[in-house]
Design a protein around this ligand. Structure first.
Ligand code: C2E
Ligand code: MG
Ligand code: MG
Length: 707
């Protein structure tokens, strides 16, 4: 093998030296390096025939090196060196092959001279079970010329295939990605990887992008009168998003932003429904120039996704610095997640990264239920892939959508029915949460609204006496279609609402902010909203508070269905109590109110019957939405939101008075300890519990009567 030139990259110097010696031992020329700069320099200057690449380098990311090799369209045969499991290596090799790299094989530890010799001798690329990706670089059967592509644009031969994106949790439709195709008169349908590079090289790319924008926006604006669409589906269709791929070359085109914006205005489509996708490597190319254009797009309300994340070279810093709103995990990880632990780890960390930066996370290439279940478990927001649907031509995508939206609504209504609260009497806990929302947002009205098939029914109404509205009036029917909060600063200036009967007449509503409420399966069953009769604004922190309160409303709605003795049920079980106390404290911390914790310690462990009486007394003796339950070891806890020591004493006195009134001896059997956390102090359940334990105990029955 005397004509082989072997370039070695391994961050372990000893391994690099060993592989160097081995390569020379089988008669090849060899160079070894421990870091990527000199590796890529040698790659260019020395043109190796083979690359020995360690995938498992603690200080380097072998997969990133592999991605860069693919970017550079390296022809050298790649031999993967690693001590990590065979499955991981195979997955990595498949990924590399799918990207058009020639993977010759795997050199396992312990390294054997004859294995290396055989690999250097073999010409065959590793046979990969995976079909080559639609865009595998070497699959071309005819060469696209610039003239042909220009003609295709002129003759309108480009069309779009629409691929749905669905919510991982519920599979509800969120939107589509527009994927361009070329209906070639002789060669049939040509895939984008075959002609996008030509468009980029020749300067046709901006024209191509605008063609996609035109086709896509016209499609997105055309739901009215679609076959079989009803009013609810139409409302949902008019909130769907469309993702459009933008080439890195276009980031230099300063007019792009205005052109896309003008077309959105012409089609009456809110920029917030348009997501522009940039590949990870693309944003790397010129981060400084990109920043300006991307920031302008975001400022106009467009959303921005980083595509194929995990394959390029961009760092966390770039992700944080550029104004992305969504992160798309590359399909090479998603498609191999069933067999590769490494891929699962990548997905997990990308999802966590996305969450920590408040980005929507999307997984591409979801082909089976197992992967979807994994994504759900990891908390990934959206899924795109053949499992839900292949990319569909315009008409087929429309039919598919109408069917899918009908199913989404049926599932949503089933989740609402499952709650079993429609037309139930008001409950103090939920009323109090509505009051908390109105107080914390400084708004005169708040509603807990459940969106039924034909109406909006209010489980709680604070500051107003609304009972129900028709579904198609007002705002909540819109909010229930989306995961994010909906804020309407001035309904009279919003085309969707300015003619609404609730805005022009009746309560004359002007301001609205709502966050969705979820049923058990994650379906959006209703909305927690605040309202005003004049235009207003809401701070981000107030919306966050609403989201926290909405989580509590969901817990209360679910708790109403928990079976068991009615009185006893007023006392929460240990785990549930601590969980809900923590959630309540988070809200108190946000809105800076005092909180008191009362601990009742049984002299003897209470019987279930005692607990039932206590549950009734506590529920009657304290205000609603204050949490009462078992703390374990014969202790009961009551959390009083918005109370200081005097407030806690008053509640305890009422409790004692009620016990006396019922001639119950029970309360004599309890010691009371109280801990108070004032608004200015940090609130933490652990601290409060410890403070209560350290406080002076009083016999409950020995409390003075109420003033
Ligand atoms: P992308 O933006 O990452 O799009 C996703 C690609 O994954 C699409 O390939 C889609 O068909 C494919 N895909 C989706 N789900 C699955 C799955 O479950 N399994 C497998 N094996 N593949 C799946 P497509 O349509 O061939 O597009 C390839 C790339 O071409 C796109 O990757 C995008 O980078 C580029 N592209 C497509 N349309 C445009 C466009 O209008 N403008 C620009 N600049 N680039 C475009
Ligand atoms: Mg894309
Ligand atoms: Mg992608």
């Amino acid at each position: 093998m005397s004509d082989a030139r072997v370039l070695i990259l391994d961050d372990d110097e000893m391994v690099a030296t060993a592989l160097h010696a081995m390569s020379q031992g089988v008669g090849a020329q060899a160079r070894a390096t421990t870091e990527p700069e000199s590796f890529f320099a040698a790659l260019e200057s020395w043109q190796p025939t083979h690359i020995l690449l360690d995938l498992n380098m603690p200080n380097l990311d072998g997969m990133q090196v592999m991605a860069e090799l693919a970017n550079r369209e390296v022809e050298a045969g790649i031999i993967v060196v690693s001590g990590v499991g065979r499955r991981v290596i195979d997955a990595a090799a498949r990924t590399a092959a799918a990207r058009g790299l020639r993977v010759v094989g795997v050199l396992d530890k312990p390294f054997l001279l004859e294995d290396l010799e055989q690999l250097l001798d073999s010409d065959a690329a590793l046979s990969v079970p995976l079909a080559p990706a639609a865009g595998a670089k070497r699959a071309a059967t005819f060469t696209v010329t610039v003239a042909e592509l220009a003609r295709a644009l002129e003759r309108d031969e480009l069309f779009i295939a629409y691929q749905p994106k669905v919510e991982c949790r519920t599979r509800a439709l969120a939107g589509f990605e527009a994927l361009v195709r070329w209906q070639h008169p002789e060669h049939g349908v040509v895939m984008p990887d075959r002609f996008i590079p030509v468009a980029e090289e020749s300067g046709l790319i901006d024209a191509l992008t605008m063609r996609v924008v035109d086709l896509g926006l016209a499609w997105l604006a055309g739901w009215h009168g679609a076959d079989g669409i009803d009013a609810n589906a139409l409302r949902a269709a008019n909130q769907l998003t469309l993702s459009i791929n933008v080439s890195p070359r276009s980031l230099g085109n300063a007019a792009l932003v205005e052109e896309i914006e003008a077309r959105c205005t012409a089609h009456d489509i809110a920029p917030a429904r348009i997501i522009l996708e940039l590949t990870e490597t693309a944003t790397m190319a010129d981060p400084v120039a990109s920043l300006d254009l991307l920031t302008r797009l975001r400022a106009k309300g467009f959303l921005l996704a980083i595509d194929d994340f995990g394959t390029g070279f961009s760092s966390m810093v770039q992700l944080v610095r550029l104004p992305f709103s969504e992160i798309k995990v590359d399909k090479s990880f998603v498609m191999t997640s069933g067999t590769s632990l490494e891929s699962r780890k990548v997905i997990r960390s990308v999802v966590e990264l996305g969450r920590s930066l408040s980005l929507t996370t999307t997984a591409e290439g979801v082909e089976d239920e197992g992967v979807l279940a994994l994504l759900r478990e990891l908390g990934c927001d959206l899924a795109q892939g053949y499992l839900e649907s292949r990319p569909l031509p315009a008409e087929a995508a429309r039919e598919w959508t109408v069917r899918h939206l009908r199913d989404d609504e049926a599932r949503r209504l089933a989740a609402l029915r499952d709650l079993g609260v429609l037309d139930s009497p008001p409950t103090p806990h939920i009323n109090r949460l509505a009051r908390l929302a109105s107080d914390s947002c400084d708004m005169p009205m708040a509603l807990v609204c459940l969106v039924d098939s034909e109406r909006q029914w209010f489980k709680a109404a604070c500051g107003c006496t609304f009972v129900e509205f028709p579904r198609d009036q007002g705002f909540c029917a819109h909010t229930v279609l989306r995961e994010t909060a909906m804020v309407v600063p001035d309904a009279a200036r919003d085309a969707r609402f300015r003619d609404d009967p609730l805005v022009v007449g009746g309560p004359r509503l002007r301001f609205y902010a709502g966050v969705p409420l979820h049923g058990r399966d994650g379906s959006r069953v209703g909305v927690l909203c605040v309202l005003d009769v004049k235009p207003r604004e809401l701070a981000r922190t107030q919306i966050d508070t609403m989201i926290e309160i909405a989580r509590q409303v969901e817990r209360e709605l679910a708790a109403q269905r928990e079976p068991g003795d009615a009185d006893r049920r007023r006392l929460l079980a240990h785990d549930a109590l601590e969980d809900r106390m923590r959630a309540a404290l988070t809200v108190c911390r946000r809105i800076r109110v005092d909180t008191a914790l009362v601990v009742l310690e049984a002299v003897a462990p209470p019987s279930p019957a005692d607990l039932a009486v206590l549950g009734r007394l506590l529920a009657g003796g304290v205000r609603g939405a204050d949490l009462a339950g078992e703390l374990g070891a014969g202790r009961l806890g009551v959390l009083l939101l918005g109370s200081d020591a005097a407030g806690a004493a008053a509640v305890l006195q009422r409790l004692a008075a009620q016990a006396a009134h019922e001639q119950s001896a029970l309360l004599d059997a309890f010691d009371v300890r109280v801990a108070v956390s004032l608004a200015r102090e940090p609130l933490d359940l652990g601290l409060l519990l410890r403070a209560a334990a350290a406080s002076q105990a009083t016999r409950l029955g020995a409390l003075p009567p109420p003033a």
